[in-house]
Design a protein around this ligand. Structure first.
Ligand code: CTP
Ligand code: CA
Length: 235
């Protein structure tokens, strides 16, 4: 039976997943970070492994309890900063048929990292200068080999000017990846919780189409995302 029939549609494929959130050091004891737990990325890695793929997970500051629940076949590499995540993702890209950029990447990092713990000066406040981090996903899109499928994520809250679906469609076109998973994070949903609500979009040229919607546990949502991804791979 083919992998499709046996329930392992990703048999023979290798999948790279990034998960968690990058941290940018300010000094030896402090960092700029975000609320990503890495649970959604870990659930995607597990779902890809259950679908028969060889899976490599690049984990940015993901708790040991989350890593412990992964299938033993998933290879895990731990990173902390955006620069480390970028180096790890670029190194693994050539061996991957599918890249899933689920990690929450810090858009900025401190312009300078203090070598020693920063001390207060009297009762003065503090201004930090930040510089923008490179866009890892956009870089992977530029350097990919033909046939590699690249999946981006967008966590959006929406604003009075733009709804989340409009923002996601525009982001997919801007990033140039093949698929985008929109995660509704309005009202603090998603971060650190067990459940999620997503819409999966696919891009073909300048056209964006909705492939699937899923709500439920991060495992259930991941299974749907992997199924949607398989349908696009088989096109
Ligand atoms: N991403 C990335 N490198 C960055 C920022 C984001 O690879 N420096 C990836 C994320 O992993 C995600 C996708 O890009 O897959 C979208 O991230 P998001 O933060 O939603 O998009 P940005 O382009 O950073 O736009 P903004 O935060 O301004 O909405
Ligand atoms: Ca961002």
């Amino acid at each position: 039976a083919s992998g499709e029939e046996s329930g392992t549609p990703l048999a023979g494929r290798s999948v790279l997943v990034t998960a968690g959130g990058t941290r940018e050091p300010l000094d030896p004891v402090r960092f700029l970070g975000n609320r990503s737990s890495g649970k959604q990325g870990a659930a995607l890695a597990a779902a890809a492994a259950r679908s028969g793929a060889r899976v490599r997970l690049i984990a940015a500051n993901v708790a040991a309890e989350v890593i412990a629940e992964l299938p033993g076949t998933v290879t895990v590499e731990h990173v902390e900063t955006t620069a480390e995540l970028q180096a790890a993702a670029e190194a693994a890209q050539p061996d991957s048929d599918v890249v899933i950029m689920c990690a929450a990447v810090s858009d900025y990092r401190p312009a300078e990292v203090a070598a020693h713990k920063m001390k207060k000066e009297g009762d003065a406040g503090l201004r930090l200068e930040l510089v923008q981090n490179p866009d890892i996903l956009a870089g992977l899109v530029r350097t990919r080999a033909p046939g590699q499928l690249i999946v981006g994520f967008a966590a959006e809250t929406g604003s009075p000017d733009a709804g989340i679906e409009q923002l996601a469609r525009a982001k997919l076109l801007r990033k140039g990846c093949d698929l985008l998973v929109l995660n509704d994070v309005s009202a603090g949903q998603a971060f650190g919780t067990e459940s999620n609500s997503v819409i999966l979009y696919a891009r073909s040229g300048d056209t964006v189409t909705e492939v699937a919607r899923a709500s439920g546990t991060k495992a259930e949502v991941s299974q749907k995302v992997i199924s949607g991804l398989v349908s696009v791979l088989d096109r």
